[in-house]
Design a protein around this ligand. Sequence first.
Ligand code: ARG
Ligand code: ZN
Length: 481
Amino acid sequence: MVSRDRRITSVARSVRLVPTLRAASMFACALVLGACGGGVHGTPGGSGVRDPYFPKAGNDGYDVTHYGLRLAYDPGAEHLTGTATLTARAEKDLSAFNLDLVGMEVEQVTVGGEIARWNRAGQELTVRPRGDIDRDETFRVSVRYSGTPETVTDPDGSREGWLRTTDGVLALGEPTGSMAWFPGNHHPSDKAAYDIAVTVPKGLRAVSNGELRGERTARGRTTFVWHSGQPMASYLATLAIGRFDISRSRAGELPLYTAVDPAEAAASRPVLARIPEVLRWSERRFGPYPFSATGAIVDSAALVGYALETQTRPVFPGAPDLPLLVHEFAHQWYGDSVTPESWRDMWLNEGFATYAEWLWDEDHGGDSAQETFDAVYSGAHFDTEEAAKEIWEFPPADPPSAGQLSDPPVYWRGAMVLQKVRQVVGDDRFFAILRGWAAGHRHGNADTADFTAYVEQQAPGKDLEAVWDEWLYGEGKPERP
Ligand code: ARG
Ligand code: ZN
């Protein structure tokens, strides 16, 4: 039996979404408790999942298990047409639910094959199905949309979403750009499998995540079909359209597919040739590779000032160097497979991927991670005093604003936290922790408190209090390295 209080809150929330008549009858219904069997029982899902930095990102009330995207792009007209079909499970009785989508024109929405009503406000696309969806019910929502997707400017000034390149486009999504090219539950806490089919003019290629399941040309257009069987956060979905040199091979058992803009081919070749070696080393350090495909996308996109760890196939905006390749591959374990619960936990991505670079050096005759740590602490590692100071601006586990999620403290101090843990627990336990963390949350989500609890549990009797207090959560530069 639903408690009186909850019922009343539900009504209050419904009022904002449903026409007055229906609201009035629901209200009457709520007053005569129990007298409304079979009628309206659901309430609208929430418009966000209370992310500390992006309160409207993601939506409450359901969990997406699969995205089926059918897209067609005409680069000349810069026009995208799409149908996004999401399979989701209701987490409560729903009278309405939200999806996130910015820009684009919505043409039709169906739920369970039936036309549904919808309206838009900012990034919220509210869908009102004909009948309520029951808690635990699996439902399918399909959105037909079209237009020129937007380029999104991040709170830190960088660009994501839909980015034009010299010969096509590149879609990137960290932290919020994916909602520019498909509607969804755009928060890292809701991961799902994906099938992405993209049709482009013959001669161009469409490259996305996972395994290439099909490529067929008809009437001057080619459709590429990509499959991601393992769960993926929407910010890790990518799409690159343009002219690419393709290389298909294997890294061990894994299909390895790289797509390289011809302008970047010569500079990329030697470093991409090392992908199998980087994967072997990563597996030794971090445990089994979490996905069933691998590769890379190298585009010619100087305006995109960063690489991204897009799942199974990281994107580089130009030929990468080896440390960057190691960094983006480490993210496949830390970030892609073990995904932050909220954007506050970003250091669990960037601290680990940065530490992977230090570890690569240590294992290949370069500086040890401790030496790198010392040089970072003293400032000797940096070219300018400014850069040396920047890393102490805020604690890695608590960025002050959305514009600082990718700032140096998250990367450098995040990696330093790991070296501090290593100092306290010793090498054997530390490397077991790196692997155990990846294994324990494989294909899932985790937050900073999960990490500290896990480390403490793996290192009984070790005092980690000062590491958390000073290095992870503390303001300013810790007094002792
Ligand atoms: N996660 C990317 C990396 O591998 C960087 C993303 C930068 N994005 C941004 N909005 N600043 O480090
Ligand atoms: Zn990174």
